[in-house]
Design a protein around this ligand. Structure first.
Ligand SMILES: [Zn+2]
Ligand SMILES: [Zn+2]
Ligand SMILES: [Zn+2]
Length: 475
């Protein structure tokens, strides 16, 4: 494992507080791929198992071939079917007739078959994956009683159905504990989850609520990408949860699922006193007690549907949106340094505190409503309204997420399409769609530039941008 990491310019170091962390031995620039690694096992979730190959997880809308014996798994071609058969399916195929597996049981059976082969020196050349997996923490004593009960049931089932020589029933429970706090959801270029996987190398990276790296996928392959300059000796962090969540929810999730108290730059006590990242949490958390979620949603809805543009521009939502976007979007477009960006972000957050501290601007528990409203406007082809709401959402994203985050890139693309469709402002809308799409291009070239399905999004943005530019030059 150390060799594999050092081939990628990384080291695993131990420190006092954390079990271990991954640091870089060389400076990593924004947009660079940090490491690409394979899973021990990964497979598509049920809703995707007929459009994604069970072995390589690549998408193929039709013509997937099913295993003629069990008719439970689908492959893109003979070679994937053969690999799967040799790896684990030969043993699992006859069992599918007996029972239905849940995800955990399916994962356990497949992984354990491979580990047994590893113990018998009878597997492929990726031994470091097994060595790494077997060293991952189980947190078994911290697991809930309900979890342990269900783990025991699953391991009993597995143990009865498969014959292991080198692995005990107790080992199986440990593996399930490791899955619980280490497994990854594989997501597509739009961040929709299509599979689950055990990625021992990815599991070595620690969490931060303000991460400097992101996790992307290409079929069954995991790609970790740099979104902020990382200097020699600095730790690389990914995020285990959605960083748009408020502090209380993040804390709860990290404690219950990953068994640690987050001490990242956004959560640590020291940071909470002065730093800008903890102020972000105050902005999205501290609520005026009199405002309820319903009131907030109503005022937001009224704002977006107000008859006159003048009225819209006077709204606090409009003012805040303008303030944030006019300051931060140019940083994305011009690829300014991380320091310059953080300074601008700091300034804006101070202004927000001075001027709006008593009003709710980012009511994060209303965020699903806001997003739904945005997509409703798109469905209704109310393009002007969709751009108003889209800008507001973008301004929240720029406060909460790191600027080169896939959520921001994808949202910019959608917003660019809204401007492109909006004809109420004539040429101005085309100009703005070009501006927004250029920003989308910048972000997606950093987040989506590895893996065929991801690159596909970049191509779509390029195509729309070319069309918009052509339209502008025709006038
Ligand atoms: Zn395949
Ligand atoms: Zn089969
Ligand atoms: Zn944190």
């Amino acid at each position: 494992m150390e060799t594999f990491l050092s081939q990628n310019g990384l080291s695993l170091v131990e420190n006092e507080n954390k079990f271990r962390s991954i640091i870089t031995n060389k400076k990593i620039d924004i947009g660079k791929t940090i490491i690409i690694s394979h899973p021990l096992i990964s497979f598509p979730i049920l809703t995707y198992n007929k459009i994604r190959c069970d072995q390589c997880l690549k998408k193929k809308e039709n013509n997937l071939q099913t295993c003629s014996k069990c008719q439970r798994v689908y492959y893109c071609d003979r070679s994937c079917q053969k690999s799967s058969w040799i790896s684990h399916h030969k043993l699992l195929c006859p069992l599918y007739k007996k029972s239905k597996n849940n995800m955990d049981e399916e994962m356990l059976k497949r992984v354990t078959i491979l580990i047994e082969k590893f113990f018998n020196n009878n597997n492929n050349n990726e031994n470091y994956l097994f060595e790494t997996f077997l060293k991952l923490m189980t947190h078994r004593t911290e697991q809930s009683i309900n979890n342990l009960k269900s783990f025991e049931k699953i391991s009993n089932n597995t143990y009865e159905n498969l014959n292991f020589n080198k692995i005990s029933k107790d080992d199986l429970i440990n593996y399930l504990c490791v899955f619980y706090c280490n497994n990854f959801n594989l997501h597509d270029n739009q961040l929709f989850v299509y599979g689950e996987g055990t990625f021992p190398i990815g599991s070595l990276f620690n969490h931060s609520c303000r991460p400097n790296a992101i996790v992307m996928y290409d079929g069954a392959v995991q790609i970790i990408k740099c979104i902020e300059v990382i200097n020699v000796g600095e730790e690389i962090n990914i995020s285990y949860i959605d960083v748009a969540l408020d502090r209380v929810t993040r804390k709860k999730m990290l404690q219950e699922k990953y068994f640690f108290e987050c001490q990242c730059s956004r959560c640590s006590v020291q940071e909470r006193c002065s730093g800008i990242f903890s102020k972000i949490d105050q902005l999205i958390e501290e609520k005026d007690q009199e405002i309820t979620k319903k009131d907030f949603n109503t005022s937001l809805e009224n704002w977006v549907s107000s008859e006159s543009k003048l009225e819209q521009n006077e709204s606090k939502f409009s003012k805040v949106t303008k303030l944030i976007l006019s300051n931060l979007l140019s940083h994305i477009k011009n690829n300014t340094t991380d320091n310059d960006y953080i300074n601008s972000l700091s300034e804006i957050i101070s202004i927000l505190f001075q001027n709006y501290s008593k009003t709710n601007l980012f009511y994060i528990s209303s965020f699903s409503f806001t997003t739904k409203l945005f997509y409703d406007k798109i469905d209704l082809q109310q393009w002007y309204q969709s751009t108003i709401l889209g800008n507001y959402i973008l301004s929240i994203y720029l406060i909460i997420y790191p600027r080169y985050h896939p959520m921001i890139g994808l949202h910019l693309f959608t917003l660019g399409k809204c401007y492109w469709n909006d004809i109420t402002n004539g040429l101005e809308s085309v100009k703005e769609s070009i501006n927004i799409l250029e920003c989308a291009q910048k972000v997606l070239n950093i987040t989506h530039n590895e893996g065929a399905e991801n690159v596909d999004i970049i191509n779509q943005v390029n195509d729309l941008l070319n069309t918009a530019r052509k339209d502008l030059s025709c006038v």
